[in-house]
Design a protein around this ligand. Structure first.
Ligand code: ZN
Ligand code: CA
Length: 373
């Protein structure tokens, strides 16, 4: 049985252990012990930890099944939480779990981890037959999807996976997510005294203004978004500004549309610099690749059927954000991202309904059942 009381207790225990991005070590030690006590084989992916700069690596855990002919499947959740996420004091109120209002709750993504642990306990207690199950608990997801980016994929056999890291009720199935790139631009103008000889200066602020004014931004089309999110520069009102930093991003469900938008933003910057005599330095950083699974894919069908078996409304959706599922798909593990009922994530009002926490665990059990056919 999925035991609500035990699951809630485990969840509360987990969110009380701090695990900000890059400092997941204490939580990873707790989780590793838990998994070992449950009899799973554990590998700590230390190399990823070193590359990412975290105090632990990803945890890769395997639960051998008694039905070795079944395809192995992957379940994954991230260990890190966003800030403010230290000293979390979870409170149970009206059938839901909240923080005390001074931090996030950390249900993103520990609700998933607690549900996975409850499912493993359930499988063992009820001696349920299943194929091999692989679990990856990642680091640095919130900081840049780093754990799955640098995961040692030779540790994984599964070709099908379920990431549990989406808001929306259980039954929400993300089968499409965008590619995301960041633009870091620095515009170099020329300093001059604003009162004595301004005509000798080139105002990087004016150049930036012209460039940004010419950009198509925010909602570009139904698949594509773009934003300039940070601008900084200038020293004093009496100096023609010689340096401005402009940081922005673009995302799209389609690779070519992303490239088009990034090119457009770079062109606006380059043209303004050329027209006004400024110099430009830019850096483009890919955050994660896109993925798109057809609804006919086995992994999507399994997720849908499992939802329907529980009487949940299966909703196959596209997401505007990335997750570890982007990298798993990039590495040929067909992976959907599932809604687990976490709400108002990345805010101090974050909460999760206990019934959704329980349903997430039951949903995973149903998925394991669907794989058996
Ligand atoms: Zn998350
Ligand atoms: Ca998140």
């Amino acid at each position: 049985m999925i035991i609500q009381e035990r699951l809630v207790k485990e969840f509360i225990e987990m969110v009380k252990i701090d695990s900000p991005s890059y400092k997941e070590g204490k939580f990873a030690a707790y989780l590793k012990k838990l998994l070992e006590d449950l009899g799973l084989e554990i590998v700590i992916d230390e190399h990823a930890g070193q590359v990412v700069g975290s105090d632990t690596g990803n945890i890769v855990a395997k639960l051998k099944g008694d039905l070795p002919a079944l395809p192995p499947i992957l379940f994954s959740a991230h260990m890190d939480t966003v800030s403010p996420g230290e000293g979390i004091k979870p409170q149970v109120k009206d059938g839901a779990i909240y923080s005390d209002g001074t931090t996030v709750l950390g249900g993103d993504d520990k609700a998933a981890i607690a549900a996975i642990i409850e499912v493993i306990r359930h499988l063992k207690e009820e001696k349920i037959s299943h194929g091999d199950l692989e679990f990856v608990f990642t680091i640095g997801e919130e900081a840049g999807v780093w754990g799955s980016h640098y995961l040692d994929y030779s540790l994984i056999r599964a070709q099908m996976g379920f990431v549990l890291d989406c808001d929306g009720e259980p039954g929400t199935i993300v089968c499409q997510a965008p590619v995301h790139e960041k633009i870091y631009a620095t515009i170099f103008g020329k300093a001059a005294h604003a009162g004595m000889n301004p005509e000798e200066g080139v105002s990087a602020i004016q150049v930036a203004a012209r460039a940004i004014n010419n950009m198509k931004l925010l909602r570009i089309d139904e698949e594509t978004t773009a934003n300039i999110g940070v601008i900084s520069g200038g020293l004093a009102t009496n100096i023609v500004c010689d340096k401005v930093k402009v940081h922005g991003e673009a995302r799209s469900l389609k690779e070519e549309k992303l490239q088009q938008q990034i090119t457009h933003m770079l062109n606006c910057l380059q043209n303004a610099c050329r027209e006004m005599g400024a110099r430009l330095e830019t850096k483009i950083e890919r955050q994660y690749p896109a993925f798109h699974l057809a609804e006919s894919e086995a992994v999507v069908q399994i997720a849908k059927n499992a939802a329907q078996a529980l009487g949940l409304k299966a909703e196959v959706v596209a997401s505007g954000g990335g997750s570890d599922a982007n990298y798993f798909n990039h590495r040929s593990i067909k992976t959907v991202n599932l809604g687990i009922g976490m709400s108002k994530v990345h805010t101090k009002e974050e909460f999760i309904k206990i019934e959704d926490l329980v349903m997430t665990a039951r949903y995973l059990v149903a998925i394991i059942g669907e794989v058996k056919g």
